[in-house]
Design a protein around this ligand. Sequence first.
Ligand SMILES: Cc1cc2nc3c(=O)[nH]c(=O)nc-3n(C[C@H](O)[C@H](O)[C@H](O)COP(=O)(O)OP(=O)(O)OC[C@H]3O[C@@H](n4cnc5c(N)ncnc54)[C@H](O)[C@@H]3O)c2cc1C
Length: 413
Amino acid sequence: MADLAVLRRGLGAAVEVREAGEADAVDGVPARVVARPGTVEGVSAVLREAGRAGLVTVVRGGGTALDWGAPPERVDVLLDMTALDRVVEHVAGDLVVVAEAGISVRALAGAVADAGQELLTDVPADRREAGSTVGGALATGTSGPRRLQRLALRDMLLGATVVLADGTVARSGGKVVKNVAGYDLARMMTGSYGTLAVVVRAALRLHPVRPAHRFVLRTGPVEEVAALGRAVVASQLAPSAVEIDRPAGSEVATVAVLLEGTPDAVATRAARAAELIGGAPGEQPPWWGRLPGGDALAKATATLTGVRMLLETARASEERHGAGVALRGSAMGALHAGITVPGPEELGRVVADLRAAAPTPREGTVVVLRASRELRAGLDAWGPVPGLDLMRSIKEQLDPGRALAPGRFVGGI
Ligand SMILES: Cc1cc2nc3c(=O)[nH]c(=O)nc-3n(C[C@H](O)[C@H](O)[C@H](O)COP(=O)(O)OP(=O)(O)OC[C@H]3O[C@@H](n4cnc5c(N)ncnc54)[C@H](O)[C@@H]3O)c2cc1C
């Protein structure tokens, strides 16, 4: 195979390169060659050689979310990151860890747990077991329930080392060595689906594990639950998370409040939370931190007061289009929708209804993260995107040859 020979010649024995198999396809797009470097220099060499030969590169971490975003136009080189899996530095006193991007979230969690610390990604157990990596979690820009109090993964990212499409190694944040044209590269990486650069190292803020935690739950009519969720968020209870779950086709929803801290303080706050929402202490619900299932997965944002409208719209849209719309996520207004539909037309309509639940795109967005090729056909997966021209110009500056996962991101980026 020509691509394989070109890469082997350029890279020598320094990087493991092999012919791709069926399991290496990216969202249905077959890959030609797989390269698995074990060093930052190796990643740089792969991108440089691939670029020289005019080959398109797509990054793979654990491979658990490769069907998120649009499928790439083609995959000449699949860049497997799993050999870059070391903890570079854990400064427990500063609550900071620097790790290579191919390390699994699970391994990183294990490495910092001995110091009584944790990375607040809330990646659920099944995803951790499936091998989700730090780089993949950053590139998909996900966040879990505890985003409410302690911010999204993006905000825990203190700095990153990335390799640009031409092989240039660049760092941003933390101990700045080289900045690219003044951009906050680290932040730009979150949610970029591997279209701007390859993350090779990340410096992340850790948090001390809180000694006690309790859940308080209440199930009730959708409008009531939305109001209670809002009340807890606005209260003095300082919850770590307030999650709402409304299963598809259901008239009722559940609000689950997580309180963390010292045992005494948590007991007092849990009693107050139970009083406020008329609920009761309970176990962590089985759906906690997991994304809802369905034919398509979308991320829906709303204002604190807009969550109610989103929940009500889901119910109305189900009836109108013979669909199922499960909604789950933070009462603050960052939720996921698991949508089940008879066909692509209905998916388009449900998504349009959910978008219309917010008065303006500033107050709420709906982005379809995952859907089959058939369901995606004709669908406006991203919706109105402010600043698309700016995004295009950033792509043009960082990857002018469109060598990194072209077509994966909004506007064909
Ligand atoms: C609360 C919560 C619930 C979740 N539930 C689910 C779920 O149910 N199902 C699910 O699939 N996911 C779920 N996720 C998301 C998933 O865990 C993360 O997106 C995951 O970490 C992806 O990692 P990966 O290594 O498997 O990425 P991959 O699937 O390998 O890659 C994902 C994307 O990131 C890019 N990428 C990977 N590594 C890099 C890198 N080093 N530099 C640049 N780009 C890169 C890839 O090109 C691709 O576009 C959840 C996350 C959270 C926080």
